[in-house]
Design a protein around this ligand. Structure first.
Ligand SMILES: [Zn+2]
Length: 254
């Protein structure tokens, strides 16, 4: 499985900037987890082959690229873009984004070959097949309806939290997984902005360290790849294994 964090800003020479304002992870160029930077950073492989987008929640930094991605592909789509999300998240998207005022309601529009967008509601506790992957939603603790995911290609297993504050049920599920190759936890605020983190239901590095010490099993701790934000300017930073190129985590069955 190859997991890539798409950049959301670029340097003057066009290379990816470490300033990460929005979130979009792409798995094997075919499935996106969140869509913050999807439209801005989609390469040709993604434009040609990615038709499934799984959302953790509806905050703008996680969905900003969704309307623009569908808009970009509108005339060439052979099949609809499938948006997999909890019913509460779909309701927010339809009410507040695809409402004809902010953007067209793509779920009601067709191109020459048929519908361009389709919602696939997720149920908590149920496994969902998305392309070649299996997703299991995991409840987290954020300001709006949100969930993380454990997902697998049948050989490797990764967990992504999405935005969250301290969690209970999350750890119970993560610690119960038979296999865990990567654990990505968004940690949006540095310790000096701890008050803001509490109000907005996010973690700081100190709060995350406490979570891990209290809840994760030693084996999960050892195998974790954690995302830390040293400052607000870099929302997500992945600690990369040596030899792995920029913004990419690759792992396979041992
Ligand atoms: Zn959020």
């Amino acid at each position: 499985m190859k997991l890539r964090l798409l950049p959301s800003s670029f340097e003057a020479d066009g290379t990816a900037s470490p300033r990460q304002h929005s979130t979009c992870f792409v798995v094997d160029s075919t499935v996106a987890i969140d869509a913050g930077s999807l439209a801005n950073a989609a390469d040709e492989a993604i434009r040609a082959g990615l038709r499934d987008i799984v959302l953790t929640h509806a905050h703008l930094d996680h969905i900003a690229g969704l309307p623009l991605f569908i808009d970009d592909l509108f005339s060439i789509l052979e099949t609809p873009v499938r948006v997999h999300a909890m019913p509460e998240v779909i309701e927010i998207l339809e009410r507040d984004i695809f409402n004809w005022s902010v953007y067209p309601r793509f779920s009601e529009l067709n191109n020459e070959r048929g519908p361009v967008m389709e919602y696939v509601p997720l149920g908590n506790g149920h496994e969902h097949h998305v392309a070649h992957l299996t997703f299991r939603p995991i409840p987290v603790n954020h300001k709006v309806p949100s969930n993380g995911f454990a997902f697998s290609d049948g050989r490797s297993v990764a967990v992504i939290s999405g935005d969250t504050a301290e969690m209970d049920g999350f750890w119970e599920i993560v610690n119960g997984l038979e296999r865990l190759d990567a654990l990505l936890i968004e940690c949006a605020f540095p310790d000096r902005l701890g008050d803001l983190a509490l109000i907005s239901h996010h973690l700081t590095p100190s709060l995350l360290a406490k979570e891990l010490a209290e809840n994760s099993t030693p084996s999960a701790r050892l195998r974790s790849k954690l995302g830390f934000a040293p400052d607000r300017s870099a929302k997500v930073t992945i600690e990369r294994p040596s030899g792995v190129s920029s913004n990419t985590l690759a792992f396979s069955a041992a």
